[in-house]
Design a protein around this ligand. Structure first.
Ligand SMILES: Nc1nc2c(ncn2[C@@H]2O[C@H](COP(=O)(O)OP(=O)(O)OP(=O)(O)O)[C@@H](O)[C@H]2O)c(=O)[nH]1
Ligand SMILES: Nc1ccn([C@@H]2O[C@H](COP(=O)(O)OP(=O)(O)O)[C@@H](O)[C@H]2O)c(=O)n1
Ligand SMILES: [Mg+2]
Length: 194
């Protein structure tokens, strides 16, 4: 089955909560026709389905903790295979969250050719998330859970960036500016792939 993904172009999009990963991915889809898979969105879809598994996931996400690695990875892989015949490449948004997630992804799916590191200051991220929380309906967009997500990001996810820096595939994107300014740098990073 995973043969279908053997030559897939894979871009990891990593950054703190509220750094703007989802916003930039949408723009990449519009310009490059890549397939955008947000691991958080896949998990929220499972929660919305009302399944037993969704109920367990919901409790973990509300606490700002990480759900079991295999759960997310299986969902991503399934979604990738479903698009394999039409996809020009994949943006894997919000994954890997820890080095182990990256290692398992490579074992089961393949290696990324680029890691976009969307970087904003923690104050900026908190501000954006509190604002988003006014309308997002996301159970984790509240002050207490935001703090936990940030802590976990610095502890577990930043090492992911260092890990891939060692391979020379990281492009750091300053995400403090306007959406369009940030995107012009994202586009440069993607263009450098070809
Ligand atoms: N000023 C400014 N605001 C932005 C930018 N990118 C995103 N935002 C806002 O910040 C909030 C978070 O952006 P998202 O794209 O949802 O962030 P994310 O990284 O996907 O966040 P998580 O899903 O929580 O991981 C949204 O309300 C955006 O409108 C940016 O470049 N500049
Ligand atoms: N690879 C992933 C992605 C998300 N998640 C869970 O889903 C929640 C929301 O993920 P997200 O990517 O939409 O949002 P942020 O936490 O990055 O703001 C996280 O806080 C985790 O509980 C996970 O456990 N593993
Ligand atoms: Mg997002």
């Amino acid at each position: 089955m995973s043969d279908k993904l053997k030559n897939a172009k894979i871009i990891f999009v990593v950054g703190g909560p509220g750094s703007g990963k989802g916003t930039q991915c949408e723009k990449v889809v519009a310009k490059y026709g890549y397939t955008h898979l947000s691991s958080g969105d896949l998990l929220r879809a499972e929660v919305a389905s009302g399944s037993e598994r969704g109920k367990q996931l919901s409790a973990i996400m509300q606490k700002g903790e990480l759900v079991p690695l295999d759960t997310v990875l299986d969902m991503i892989k399934e979604a990738m295979i479903a698009k394999a015949d039409v996809s020009k490449g994949y943006l894997i948004d919000g994954y890997p969250r820890e080095v182990k997630q990256g290692e398992e992804f490579e074992k089961k799916i393949g290696a990324p050719s680029l890691l976009l590191y969307i970087d904003a200051k923690s104050e900026t991220m908190v501000k954006r998330l509190m604002k988003r929380g006014e309308t997002s309906g996301r159970a984790d967009d509240n002050e207490e859970t935001i703090k936990k997500r940030l802590d976990l990001y610095y502890k577990a996810t930043e090492p992911v960036i260092a890990f891939y820096q060692g391979r020379g595939i990281v492009r750091k994107i300053d995400s403090e500016g306007s959406v369009d300014d940030v995107f012009s740098n994202v586009a440069k990073a993607i263009d450098s792939l070809k």
